[in-house]
Design a protein around this ligand. Structure first.
Ligand SMILES: Cc1ncc(COP(=O)(O)O)c(C=O)c1O
Length: 381
């Protein structure tokens, strides 16, 4: 059998379906609104929509993708705190359920271009447990959140609740709980000011990798803690709507990026291995501090001596290095490597800099895109 060309991103839809099922099982109070930015592959969006889930969008092109996947406005939210007037107008035309705000300017802009819209306020929460913190750029404290709600109401908007993001690849279950406790306090204060809150959006941050690394919190562990925290901190309301926006938590583990070794060199004390994929054409997250997990494929690799490599991408840019001092069986030209748990933020970030192509998607278990497939018979790799 001829081997597939590299680089390729092997996307296993059975893994995405299984992760979706786990969110449903472990968050009985919650609804998945998949963060389209993580991987906007149309079949992933259809898988979510086919199961009754929603989509979280950040831009006009993502709105178009969500609508093309069959989502109706009720099942779309926008948690990007900064939105263009045209995007707001198009979201209004599509009856998008609600949008986030975290500044007075944005409240004014939403009131002007999406009059009467449902809005929720993003609280700033502790991101210290995350591999990629997102705080600083977005979010407000509780006092400003309440002022924004009052202002939104005065301008004819409908403030419905709160959101937060604990940071991407959040390894601290406690930070989800702390954030919900902070929302509980702001929620009670909002109710005291006459707002009817029923919407809590606990954002993304669900880490990928727990199938291979048992120190990473599972969906089940986070679900149990979140469900307890909801009962403890969020005032009871019969119409409570809790949503989650997993990005990598849904699609990360489904992706394996297969690359080839195209060059080897000894430079000073270092052994370099050059691949046909790097920071620009697929592995941007390694540049942002995500340590890659790499396997060498092939039957004889166990018998080779282990060496420390600097692993670089194919472009002429000296920043195009995906790992340093990475221990691997001694490499040969044309060896194939697999980067695991990279179903999110790989192709979505990639550009064909220097002419090096972005990975071609190879889809596995596509029958899982439809909700009817019997997932119990499919093995998760
Ligand atoms: C508003 C919002 N929601 C959800 C996500 C998805 O995050 P993650 O992939 O960590 O689940 C992000 C990621 O940046 C985001 O900014």
């Amino acid at each position: 059998m001829q081997e597939a060309a590299t680089p390729s991103l092997v996307l296993d839809f059975a893994v995405i379906a299984e992760n979706y099922r786990q969110f449903e099982e472990h968050f009985p109070s919650g609804l998945v609104y998949y963060a389209v930015k993580a991987n906007s592959n149309p079949d992933i969006l259809r898988l979510v929509v086919n199961r009754g889930g929603g989509l979280e969008i950040a831009s006009l092109p993502e709105l178009d993708k969500a609508l093309e996947a069959g989502a109706d406005g009720e099942h779309i939210i926008c948690s990007n705190p900064i939105k263009s007037p045209m995007f707001l107008q198009r979201m209004q035309a599509a009856d998008v359920f609600a949008v986030v705000v975290d500044s007075t300017h944005e409240v004014e802009k939403v009131a002007q271009h999406m009059p009467g819209a449902g809005v929720y306020v993003r609280l700033a929460v502790d991101n210290s447990g995350a591999v990629m913190p997102l705080d600083g750029k977005f979010g407000v404290d509780a006092d400003l959140a309440l002022e924004l709600c009052d202002m939104a109401r005065e301008l004819g908007l409908n403030p419905i609740g709160l959101s937060f993001h604990v940071g991407s690849q959040c390894l601290s279950v406690a930070n989800f709980v702390k954030a919900i406790a902070a929302c509980g306090d702001a929620w009670k204060a909002a109710v005291a000011r006459g707002h009817h809150f029923y919407f809590l959006d606990i954002g993304g941050g669900f880490p990928a990798g727990h199938y291979h690394d048992h120190t990473i919190p599972t969906i089940g562990a986070i679900g149990a803690a979140v469900e307890r925290a909801l009962v403890e901190h969020i005032p009871t309301t019969p119409d409570l709507m809790m949503v989650m926006e997993p990005g990598r938590g849904l699609s990360g583990e489904a992706g394996r990026l297969v690359a080839s070794v195209t060059g080897l060199a000894r430079r000073g004390e270092n052994d370099w291995a050059y691949l046909d994929v790097g920071v620009f054409n697929g592995l941007m997250e390694t540049f942002e501090g995500f340590p890659p997990v790499i396997y060498v494929l092939g039957h004889d690799v166990a018998s080779r001596p282990v060496k420390a490599y600097t692993i670089a991408g194919p472009s002429c840019d000296s920043n195009d290095v995906v790992a340093r001092n990475y221990l691997l069986p001694e490499l040969r030209i044309n060896d194939r490597l697999a980067f695991i748990d990279v179903g999110a933020y790989t192709n979505e970030y990639a550009v064909p800099f220097n002419g090096f192509p972005i990975p071609e998607v190879i889809a596995l278990n596509t029958e899982c895109i439809e909700a009817e497939a019997d997932e119990s018979e499919l093995e998760v790799a």
